[in-house]
Design a protein around this ligand. Structure first.
Ligand code: ADP
Ligand code: ADP
Ligand code: MG
Length: 660
């Protein structure tokens, strides 16, 4: 076994690999970019080497610098994690040339599976079922349009080199084909440096079911059952679970064997995942093979009681697989939720900022217990625009799916982030929604349940306002005998009441609180006053009784903003000093601004042009995704402030726009 390895990655996966290495007594070397000098993955490794500036191309994708770091520190092997260089065959070759073990499959297997098109050609020969489509070499637009017409719409265009849900376009009709192709190729070249695409039939209501495979250098190849990753947004996984609900034992075996056949066909070694797309009737087709450890591997670890990173290390060191097929069994049910810094209400746009407060469920080390958190960030760390905006993976295990669902809901409720937007409240609605809870799964689940998953903005309930009020008053009167002695107030209903003005993005809440011998009286947002008492308090966690209702919540104050986490929701209540002038609302400047820092990749409108509501005006690229800036209403483009190729800052005005 190795005595020292280098981890060529960052974030949660670097931390996760380091944890297993430490347990096995293997020393670890981290590499980091200038943006990550104080990152968690640097702190958890034994040594660290700076490899370049923030941009991944100048650091985490610099194979030469990473190999030099491994040589300089005396590491014997390199674990690439996922993303970055993990599926880069040239890097695997370069490791071998430098006398380093690449902890992953042979470069030849990566090459065979690296292109979705070539992999499909290979699988076709091995009689693995494929979605009808075109995955050949010809890339001429007219030719591909003809192929799409032949396949029949809707058609899915995919970057052959794609990954992470990027570089895919659904095309509904022949007339849309060429625009979609151009957009797909643009994203493919900028994300993967290769604009080759394939076209295939876009299946209706499919499920994404994938098989974890593992092979060693001695010729053993097994499968560790399946994961259902159907719940996706933008073709990227949001929730993953194992086993797949409703999977009959015979189909599990058939899919497992098909996956092993696919792995054997390319001489696979190490951890890999064969992804299938399945119809509701159970028929399944090969989609792609990911030749690396998968983001969602923890659900497999939880149901099989294995540590897949330990297996990777053992196999890379030439040892046989720790278990054979007949020694594996499924125990209980596991679910993973990807916690992202993003704004689900705004099309899941990544959210950049500092984790000013990070409260996690009472947990858990990564290998023990029913709740596991794989995270690469700590309180005070920033989510930057340079890398993936994932904050953590939350993984729970239960005796059955029902128990796992309950644990997930509880854990999400205890996950509190202040400083940037997250998808936590959305995940809770998703977990508790009828579709997911009832295992009515397909890749369109989120879109299909849009109305329940994105309920119309609700004003904060009285209990949330009461929790904020309790925290505010509690913090003001600590130590004072009479909490009301010092404070200014107003007369209301013949009693001495204090006005507490809160507001959030949906409404303003004129609340009043008065102190009586019996306790507090609280009136939320001009409602009838009710008795309010704090029944228990543990730090920032409050239990209150408001009239006949009891409520619990965590209240964190950040300046004048009270963050109330209660029942899975996060209310951000801004408290305004009643003596101060009400803030003037900023006039809409008639400008359309950049939703995040990025690059302008296309300007579709010209100065003076009349445009209709919804028409695309500018396309930006940020975090490897394209974002369309569209006309908010009918109008005229007054001015265009940036050109193609320009780098723009978050919130920068992109163009001036006036209503027709
Ligand atoms: P999985 O299939 O393992 O669930 P994804 O397909 O979502 O994972 O992608 C795995 C991760 O790899 C993503 O979360 C992303 O961080 C990273 N990733 C994907 N593509 C790239 C890329 N081209 N460059 C860097 N990182 C990438
Ligand atoms: P990536 O490399 O980005 O992971 P995949 O080929 O694995 O790309 O596809 C990602 C997702 O896109 C799938 O999980 C599925 O939701 C959807 N998808 C892929 N192919 C099809 C298809 N033919 N029909 C319907 N949905 C598809
Ligand atoms: Mg995939």
């Amino acid at each position: 076994m190795f005595t020292k390895i280098l981890i060529a990655n960052r974030g949660e996966i670097a931390c996760r690999v380091a944890a297993t290495a430490r347990r096995l007594g293997i020393k670890t070397v981290a590499v980091y970019s200038e943006a990550d000098a104080n990152a968690k993955h640097v702190a958890v490794c034994d040594e660290a080497v700076l490899i370049g500036p923030a941009a991944a191309k100048e650091s985490y994708l610099r194979g030469d610098k990473i190999i030099a770091a491994a040589k300089a520190t005396g590491a014997q092997a390199i674990h690439p994690g996922y993303g970055f260089l993990s599926e880069n065959a040239e890097f695997a070759d370069a490791c071998a040339e430098a006398g380093l073990v690449f902890i992953g499959p042979p470069a030849s297997a990566m090459r065979a599976m690296g292109s979705k098109s070539a992999a499909k050609q290979l699988m076709e020969k091995a009689n693995v079922p494929l979605v009808p489509g075109y995955h050949g070499e010809q890339q001429d637009a007219d030719f591909l349009n003809g192929e799409a017409d032949r396949i029949g719409y809707p058609v899915l265009l995919k970057a052959s080199a794609g990954g992470g849900g990027k570089g895919m376009r659904v095309v509904e009709s022949s007339t849309q084909f060429k625009d979609a192709l151009a957009s797909c190729k643009r994203e493919a070249i900028s994300s993967f440096g290769d604009d080759k695409v394939l076209a295939e039939k876009y299946l209706q209501r499919p499920r994404h079911i994938e098989i974890q495979v593992f092979a060693d250098t001695l010729g053993n190849c097994i499968y560790l059952f399946e994961r259902d990753c159907s719940v996706q947004r933008r073709h990227q996984k949001v929730l993953e679970e194992a086993p797949a609900p409703g999977m009959p034992a015979e189909r599990r075996a058939a899919m497992g064997e098909a996956a092993v056949a696919a792995a054997r066909a390319v001489g696979y070694v190490g951890a890999g995942t064969v992804e299938f797309i399945a119809n509701q009737d159970g028929s399944f087709y090969f989609m792609e093979m990911n030749t690396r450890l998968q983001v969602e591997h923890p659900v497999t670890e939880m149901i099989t009681g294995t540590d897949l990173v330990e297996w990777q290390l053992r196999v890379a060191a030439g040892e046989p697989l720790p278990k054979q097929q007949h020694q594996l069994a499924i125990h209980g049910h596991a679910i993973e939720a990807r916690i992202y810094a993003e704004n689900p209400e705004k099309g899941f746009l990544p959210s950049i900022g500092t984790l000013r407060h990070l409260g996690t469920p009472a947990a858990v080390s990564f290998e023990l217990g029913d709740v596991r958190i794989d995270s690469g960030v700590r309180e005070g760390d920033a989510i930057s625009p340079f890398y993936d905006p994932m904050i953590a993976k939350l993984i729970v295990h239960g005796a059955d799916r029902k128990q796992a669902l309950v644990r997930m809901a509880q854990a999400l409720e205890q996950y509190h982030v202040v400083g940037l937007n997250t998808n936590i409240a959305f995940l809770k609605r998703l977990i508790e929604g009828q579709a997911f809870a009832g295992a009515d799964l397909d890749t369109g689940l989120i879109e299909r349940n849009h109305d329940t998953l994105f309920p119309a903005a609700q004003p904060a309930p009285a209990t949330a306002l009461a929790l904020a009020a309790a925290a505010l008053l509690g913090s003001e009167n600590s130590g004072a005998a009479d909490p009301w002695g010092q404070t200014s107030g107003w007369r209301m209903n013949q009693s001495y009441a204090r006005h507490l003005a809160f507001s959030d993005e949906h409404a303003s809440y004129d609340s009043y609180v008065s102190y009586r011998r019996e306790g507090w009286l609280f009136s939320a947002s001009n409602e009838a006053p009710q008795a309010l008492s704090v029944t228990a308090r543990d730090g920032s966690a409050y239990s209150i009784q408001l009239g006949g209702q009891s409520a619990r919540g965590t209240v964190l104050r950040d300046g004048d903003v009270f963050h109330v986490f209660s029942n899975g929701a996060h209310y951000q209540l801004t408290w305004s000093d009643p003596m101060a002038h009400a803030g003037e609302t900023e006039a809409e400047g008639g400008r359309l601004t950049a939703p995040m820092p990025g690059k302008v990749v296309a300007v579709l409108a010209s100065k003076g042009q009349e445009v209709r509501k919804g028409e695309a005006l500018v396309i930006m690229e940020a975090m490897k995704m394209e974002h369309t800036i569209a006309a908010p209403h009918d109008g005229v483009v007054d001015d265009i402030l940036y050109g193609v190729g320009d780098q723009v800052a978050d919130g920068a005005p992109l163009l001036a726009f006036k209503t027709a």
